[in-house]
Design a binder for this molecule. Structure first.
Ligand code: HMG
Ligand code: MG
Length: 308
């Protein structure tokens, strides 16, 4: 990747929609993903092969995956919690998956019904089978800057789980501030600690905006050398175990920030805002993106035309 390029992983169709109260039809989810790809997003997490009893919003992820037309340079990925999930993902044609662990024991139990150690053991055969199938595996660590169930999290626990995922074969580990309690200095300290045990280039930032800190934390992570960020169109989402938690940092806000810093995202901001408007209408919600609000307000004043 060039020094002035940043890679965005669009997680709205997964992390966003899994946390919206409404369960959207597969067709609507596909239309959202197509719009996001048309806006220039190249790495899109489109679903999760998890138990539909645990996360009904992600039921039909196999159909979503099968119906998406391949596009040059665009990768559609999905979460898998175990071998069963991987098998379903592979059967649907998925070529990139993500396993997800937590830095908090309590969150691990609540989210995937097992301890951190058990989850890492479960992931080993997933990594082996994915490698045999030529499928890349990303890793997530949740609760890196706080847990909705047990509060503060020791940095050493985040480092331990992140390095375990990397050493297992995950090409990248996304550090998730699941409930958005992080602040910029804490973010930088965490990245430095992780990067002392694994390559900085294999780390990604995943910020939620509950306390309005997501853009500030992302900027701090950028300053620490992170060049891969997860974000969600229109700031979709929340956290089922954390009342009041808001969604991921809005992709629109991230694109506005990065392009303003002279970094290339490859995303057409106006097409992205349209994608957000589309999904917000489907869900009957207001955007959580300040950038989208500003652009839409300006568009209203200029006769429903996007500002140039
Ligand atoms: P369990 O109940 O312990 O699983 O759930 P089990 O192995 O005992 O099986 C129970 C039933 O689930 C069985 O079906 C299995 O076949 C089925 P039954 O015989 O009762 O009919 N099952 C599955 N079904 C579909 N897909 C599968 C699968 N595996 C077993 N892969 C399990 C364990 C992991 C399945 C469950 O806890 C689960 O699905 N959890 C998903 C939780 C989730 O998706 N959370 C959100 C993602 S994490 C996140 O959002 C954070 C992140 O964004 C980063 C951040 O923000 O920090 C990544
Ligand atoms: Mg998340």
């Amino acid at each position: 990747m060039n020094n002035d390029a940043v890679r965005l992983v669009e997680v709205g169709p997964r992390d966003g929609l899994q946390n919206e109260p409404q369960v959207l039809p597969v067709e609507t989810r596909i239309r959202l993903i197509e719009r996001l790809a048309a806006a220039g997003l190249r790495d899109i997490e489109v679903g999760a092969f998890v138990s539909p009893r645990w996360v009904p919003q992600m039921a039909g992820s196999d159909e979503v995956m099968r119906c998406l037309a391949p596009l040059p340079g665009v990768t559609y990925s999905a979460l898998v919690p175990n071998e069963k999930g991987l098998e379903a993902a592979l059967a649907s044609g998925c070529r990139k998956v993500a396993v997800f662990a937590a830095a908090s024991e309590a969150f691990s139990q609540r989210n995937i019904n097992c301890s951190i150690a058990e989850s890492l053991d479960r992931f080993k055969p997933v990594l082996t089978k994915a490698r045999e199938a030529g499928v890349a595996v990303r890793g997530y660590v949740s609760c890196v800057l706080g847990c909705p169930l047990s509060g503060d999290i020791a940095t050493a626990d985040v480092v331990r789980v992140s390095t375990a995922l990397y050493e297992m074969g995950c090409y990248e580990v996304s550090l998730g501030d699941t409930i958005g309690t992080g602040t910029p200095y804490k973010t930088k300290a965490l990245i430095e600690a992780c990067a002392s045990e694994m390559p900085l280039a294999a780390l990604a930032g995943h910020f939620h905006d509950t306390y309005g800190m997501a853009v500030a934390n992302l900027y701090a992570a950028l300053d620490s050398g992170i060049r891969v960020f997860d974000s969600s169109v229109s700031g979709l989402g929340g956290c089922p175990y954390s009342p009041g938690a808001t969604g991921n940092v809005a992709t629109e806000d991230v694109v506005y920030l990065l392009e303003g810093l002279g970094l290339r995202t490859g995303v057409n901001l106006h097409a992205l805002v349209e994608s957000g408007t589309f999904i917000d209408r489907e869900l009957g919600r207001m955007t959580a993106s300040s950038t989208a609000r500003a652009i839409n307000a300006r568009r209203g004043r200029t006769g429903d035309r996007m500002p140039s």
